[in-house]
Ligand binder design. Structure first.
Ligand SMILES: Cc1cc2nc3c(=O)[nH]c(=O)nc-3n(C[C@H](O)[C@H](O)[C@H](O)COP(=O)(O)OP(=O)(O)OC[C@H]3O[C@@H](n4cnc5c(N)ncnc54)[C@H](O)[C@@H]3O)c2cc1C
Length: 403
């Protein structure tokens, strides 16, 4: 019997899980093709909700085997260590897998920009484990502060500095501000002694968003007693201090670093052509340059928006769109269909500012959009998150829920 041809998806995040499920659906009448999915974790992380898990310990992971249970997908748990595009092989910790087609969807990781002491003395917010560590540390700090009689030392323990005022930094700060009362109630510390500071290198927070939205978000954060220090960079870090480019030294035991992302070395080391932040350069069909049988999607891919000529931002909504598209394009490649070029659709931008507040806009038909600030926004944000879970359920044909 002839060996099956493998279509391998690396990474079971937003882009990868969508691609794998869509491929399984498209190829279900073609048993000569086998879909493989590889991830270092046995679960799919709802990464856009990491800030909630870091503060409130919410459930944001879904076991991959539950999602793919009813689909013809083989899941491999493990770290991918090398891609050999010439030999069509993916190498992992426990072996290798040949591929006919490959989709790289390994997301992004934190970038510490070689800032002295930062990596050793700060908490990134990129993975479920990061969120769990932050959650535990907040609890520890509150407990230690409760037994610290000297006010100044207590305040130093309760000063949280967030490096980077982008989407994730802002969402985390607001969530922490809302939750401070609860943390302090449990540990019997005065909530007024908690200080939350965002340090942002640009002239304003959420630089990727429209200026009027950024201004609204800024105002809402001030209303939650969050201090924002713009035009300032963290240039050094010790266990107790964050040094700013202005020369100011902020005393803090908790620095949460959300200041930048980069792509793992895997792409560069594999000889794929990479651009800004190590993202894999792709053509209009999302294929890696010189390798038409390798597709890259999501944060890993440097896709160019054909309308603006700008790189498509690293965001879950684009990873999801790209996951669907590459599944169709691979099917088209194999069965001589028509490949579709990628046209990113910005469905909206919603920034959650704590449990019951969000600011943003959503696209409506005929190039119209609806903007919102407040509780309605937070309901819409929840609806967007639920939609992803709903689509997973539909694609997988199985009831899946975060746990
Ligand atoms: C706190 C926070 C809040 C955010 N909020 C929003 C938001 O509101 N809206 C929005 O659109 N975007 C948001 N984002 C960005 C969004 O989460 C990412 O753009 C999105 O997750 C990218 O999807 P992806 O499929 O490319 O990668 P990911 O979802 O990161 O998935 C990558 C997968 O690859 C696996 N992997 C990586 N390397 C390897 C390896 N070597 N071997 C095996 N497996 C590997 C990982 O385990 C992971 O499962 C937020 C991000 C953060 C951190």
């Amino acid at each position: 019997m002839e060996a099956k041809k493998n279509i391998v998806v690396l990474g079971a995040g937003y882009g990868g899980i969508t691609a794998a499920l869509r491929l399984a659906r498209l190829f279900h009448k073609h048993p000569e093709y086998q879909i493989h999915l590889i991830d270092r974790n046995p679960y799919h992380t709802l990464k856009t909700q990491l800030h909630e898990a870091a503060v409130r310990k919410t459930e944001i992971s879904i076991p991959i085997d539950r999602i793919i249970q009813r689909r013809n997908i083989i899941f491999h748990l493990g770290e991918v260590t090398r891609i050999d595009p010439r030999e069509h092989i993916v190498h992992g910790e426990s072996g290798y897998l040949p591929f006919h087609y490959l989709i790289i969807a390994i997301g992004s990781q934190v970038n510490f920009y070689n800032i002295p002491g930062l990596q050793e003395n700060s908490f990134p917010l990129q993975t479920l484990k990061d969120a769990q560590m932050i959650y535990d540390y907040i609890g520890q700090l509150c407990k230690s502060a409760a037994s610290e009689p000297v006010e100044e030392r207590r305040r130093d323990m309760l000063r949280f500095v967030i490096g980077g005022g982008g989407l994730s930094g802002v969402e985390f700060a607001a969530e922490l501000a809302d939750h401070a009362t609860q943390c302090t109630r449990d540990s019997h510390v005065n909530p007024r002694e908690i200080e939350i500071i965002i340090v942002e290198s640009g002239s304003r927070i959420v630089p990727g968003m429209d200026e009027s939205f950024a201004a609204r978000i800024h105002k809402k954060l001030l209303g939650k007693n969050v201090t924002i220090i713009p035009k300032s960079k963290i240039i050094g870090r010790t266990p107790d201090t964050a040094t700013l480019s202005s020369g100011e030294a902020l005393k803090t035991k908790a620095l949460i670093w959300t200041g930048g992302i980069r792509i793992s070395e895997l792409a560069r080391e594999s000889g794929l052509k990479i651009g800004q932040s190590g993202r894999i350069i792709v053509d209009e069909y999302l294929r890696a340059e010189s390798y038409p049988f390798i597709y890259a999607i999501g944060d890993s891919a440097l896709a160019i928006n054909p309308y603006t000529k700008e790189p498509v931002p690293a965001a879950a909504q684009f990873a999801l769109q790209q996951g669907c598209l590459v599944a169709h394009n691979i099917y088209a490649d194999i069965f001589e269909g028509v490949r579709e070029p990628y046209h990113p659709k910005l469905m909206g931008e919603v920034v959650s500012l704590g449990r019951h507040l969000a600011v943003g806009w959503l696209a409506l038909p005929f190039l119209k959009k609806i903007t919102f600030v407040g509780f309605l926004g937070s309901l819409l944000k929840t609806a967007i998150q639920e939609k992803h879970i709903f689509l997973l359920r539909r694609e997988s044909g199985k009831w899946v829920a975060p746990q």
